[in-house]
Design a binder for this molecule. Sequence first.
Ligand code: MG
Length: 204
Amino acid sequence: MRIFAIGRNYVEHIQELNNERPDEPVIFTKPDTALLRNNEPFYYPDFSNDIHHEVELVLRICKEGKNIQEKFANRYYDSIGIGIDFTARDLQNKAKEKGLPWDIAKGFNGSAPISDKFIPVSSFKNVSDVNFRLTVDGQLKQQGNTGLMIFSFDYIVSYLSKFFTLRTGDLIFTGTPKGVGPVKPGNVLAAFIEDEKLLEFEVK
Ligand code: MG
């Protein structure tokens, strides 16, 4: 399985990092070694002093496809989970200044904690109106709604499939809302879809 991720999909997050609004989705990937499951702790790495949380909804692909038309894209994902796109902001900023790839800033070990539970798409009334949030030590840090995405789930799946054959089990991180910020050892992160807590782990 692969992990795809979308950068700059929420306007207010683009503004907080002084980035440009993209005409097409910004795509990057993480290796599967980035995954953290079962609420395992995240070990703060020694190569960064500025690891940021980015809470994101995660789509799970349920069917192989390429060149998928947007109108059929909803057949290719069946469930939504939640994850953190941990980002070494210091390494990312250095790479951005030089126009270099973000791989080490985004794909390092443990940079993709995800919920064990994924909620079937069929149980949402409207996937364009899903609320999600992140708390750190019980305090609300990020709050999003899929209605605020620049690129919808269907558009993202269609767009990605032009370049990459999507396969069952692939995951897509769909972008973070505003409120990203640093974590430090001792923090407990909890992520919710609507009012259900799906992910909770400690930074060590
Ligand atoms: Mg992100």
